[in-house]
Design a binder for this molecule. Structure first.
Ligand code: LMR
Length: 352
């Protein structure tokens, strides 16, 4: 009798084991068995979407990822389980795109600057003072000459661009002196995202650019490995960069936004109703980021001011802005061959 019970138990365990193994990486086990219809639904395999990003949760992208998770699960009737991994928990800047290509994660939203590692044309968003407002960036992304062209090229490398999420405009900070005029940059080292245009921007100001993953910036500033950095206010505040810098210039000199990217084969292999639910969730989230990015960055500025750790927050004057623009304008010519004159002209037309 006892033997029979144990044998039965082993058989049941083997059966359950083979079911788990058969589920594969894109499914998950049901919640505890409580019987009834709800349980039947829970027992259906879920499609797991791992969403990896590098920023904190209290930023435009951090909040958008959580919103997408909630909406995606709702609009697919629980057929999808979105798992968000913030703060570089899963992948760092340098490897997230190849992780998507290999379907190790299904979604990410790298800064457009980082997409330029695979597709140099994407560095168009890094040009200094290219966009006077986020509305102009959105106009660019919606135009076939810019957004259409950029999203199309992703397909060559098993990637699919789903949406563009805003963060906002970057500001400069430095540890030991204010940044008013181009000469103030001379000889200082600044962290940049991996983008040749961003490197060129600082070289044009006679500064030394240091490409570095986002997760390493705080300690590099703290230890004096670099003197300064550029980022949006929400990124500066949420990662406490303002606590290890003394001077900030509100310059709005460059745009920071995200390409929401997936693996094209994974996306096209999804059941149609699931894909439709995900697209609806994405559309609504994209609209939310558009409506709220500026607010979140504004609130971050208020908190930075309230912390009182910076000696000075300087707003770039029109004359100073003109001098910064003149000093960095050569970057446009230097990258014409890499980015293409048609893209540069299309962006310049928006600016003018
Ligand atoms: C950075 O590296 O500074 C940004 O890409 C971080 C982010 O994703 O906003």
């Amino acid at each position: 009798m006892k033997f029979k019970k144990v044998t039965l138990l082993v058989v049941v365990m083997l059966l359950v084991g083979s079911l788990v193994a058969g589920c594969g990486a894109r499914s998950e086990q049901p919640a505890a068995d409580n019987g009834g219809e709800g349980d039947k639904a829970a027992k259906q395999e879920k499609i797991v979407i791992k969403f990896s990003h590098v920023v904190a949760e209290n930023t435009p992208k951090g909040q958008a990822a959580v919103m997408f998770e909630e909406k995606a699960e709702e609009y697919t009737d629980g057929k999808v389980d979105v798992q968000v991994f913030p703060n570089s928990q899963l992948y760092n800047d340098n490897d997230v795109l190849s992780a998507i290509q290999q379907n190790n994660v299904q979604m990410a939203a790298p800064a457009t600057s980082k997409v330029s590692k695979l597709f140099p044309e994407w560095t168009i968003f890094d040009f200094p003072f290219a966009f006077p407002s986020t509305e102009k960036v959105q106009e660019a992304m919606e135009s076939p000459e810019i957004g259409g062209k950029l999203f199309n090229m992703l397909k060559d490398k098993q990637l699919l661009g789903l949406a563009m999420w805003d963060n906002g405009f970057k500001q400069m900070s430095l540890d030991d002196q204010p940044l008013y005029m181009p000469k103030d940059f001379e000889g200082k080292s600044f962290r940049v995202m991996s983008s040749e245009v961003l490197e060129a921007q600082f070289k044009a100001l006679n500064a030394n650019p240091t490409p570095m993953p986002f997760s390493e910036v705080y300690s590099a500033l703290e230890q004096g490995v670099i003197d300064g950095q550029e980022n949006t206010l929400s990124n500066i505040y949420s990662k406490k960069f303002h606590e290890v810098q003394k001077y900030m210039t509100l310059s709005n000199h460059g745009y920071l936004g995200y390409a929401v990217i997936t693996n094209s084969e994974f996306w096209e292999g999804l059941p149609e109703d699931v894909r439709a639910g995900l697209e609806k969730a994405l559309d609504e989230t994209t609209q939310w980021v558009r409506d709220n990015g500026e607010r979140i960055n504004g609130e971050a500025l208020d908190k930075i001011k309230a912390d009182g750790t910076l000696e000075e927050i300087h707003e770039l004057t029109p004359d100073e802005k003109k001098a910064w623009m003149e000093a960095t304008d050569k970057v446009y010519d230097d990258f014409e061959d890499i980015v293409g004159s048609d893209l540069i002209e299309a962006v310049k037309a928006l600016r003018d």
